[in-house]
Design a protein around this ligand. Structure first.
Ligand code: CTP
Ligand code: MG
Length: 231
């Protein structure tokens, strides 16, 4: 299974002065944890790492240290996640018919989650990992007043991996670009063009490291998961 890792952001909400994926989490860059999980997933045979040129020297050093057995191809990122993923899709080898897309910032996804998504993608053209929301969600208008309370039993929090048949998701991205659609995940493009997106049970620990608090929570989870490791 081909895997694209969008890693070309800047991490504005982390408040860091550089790409958050290169800041340390329990002694290793966030991106190292993501790459190790992908490497450990037996279904993943190729990794396309979508990044910014400014980060390449540091990423290159990291890749040398990690010495993954899975081949990693560096792909130039874009100004938005959507543009980065589109670049990644265009850089896939010609024979790639299915692809998983996984945010570099979701560094706690387990190899098992990758493998489960890869298995389901043999059967369905589109999928996302997701979990039921725990909070009651409100719709709030511009005056700061609540206008609705959607039925929580129908609300799921989207995660990655998201997976697609390559011809279909590429077509969605092309059409999306032509129509000026802006989305925060790839499944939204699939949905826009009325293609089915299957939900795969995600993981509560599969958080997207976005703010400094997420970094602290992620370290806590890693310490619990690998009690024998020191750092
Ligand atoms: N990403 C990307 N290209 C971009 C923007 C984001 O590949 N132009 C990637 C990020 O590196 C991250 C994933 O998309 O792995 C999810 O994005 P997010 O968590 O929002 O990361 P950033 O955009 O870096 O953070 P922020 O929005 O706080 O600036
Ligand atoms: Mg962002």
């Amino acid at each position: 299974m081909y895997l694209l890792i969008p890693a070309a952001g800047v991490g504005r909400r982390m408040g860091s002065d550089r790409n958050k994926l290169l800041i340390p989490l329990w002694g290793q860059p966030i991106l190292a944890w993501t790459l190790r999980a992908a490497e450990a997933a037996s279904s993943i045979t190729w990794i396309g790492l979508v990044g910014q040129a400014v980060d390449w020297p540091e990423v290159n050093d990291l890749l040398k240290t990690l010495a993954l057995t899975t081949p990693v191809q560096w792909i130039q990122g874009g100004d938005t996640r959507q543009a980065s993923v589109f670049n990644g899709l265009k850089a896939l080898p010609a024979n790639a018919d299915r692809v998983l897309i996984h945010d570099g910032a979701r560094c706690l996804a387990t190899p098992d989650l990758f493998d489960r998504c890869a298995a389901v993608l043999q059967e369905v053209p589109g999928l996302i990992a997701a979990i039921p929301v725990k909070d009651t969600i409100k719709v709030v208008n511009s005056d700061g007043r609540t206008t609705a309370t959607p039925d929580r039993s129908q609300l799921w929090a989207a995660q990655t991996p998201q997976g697609f048949w390559v011809d279909k998701i590429k077509h969605c991205h092309e059409q999306g670009q032509e129509q000026g659609l802006q989305v925060t995940d790839d499944a939204a493009l699939f949905e826009h063009f009325n293609l089915p997106v299957q939900v795969v049970e995600g993981e509560e620990s599969n958080l997207k490291v976005t703010t400094p608090m997420d970094l602290a929570i992620a370290e806590f989870i890693l310490r619990q998961r690998y009690p024998h490791l020191q750092s």
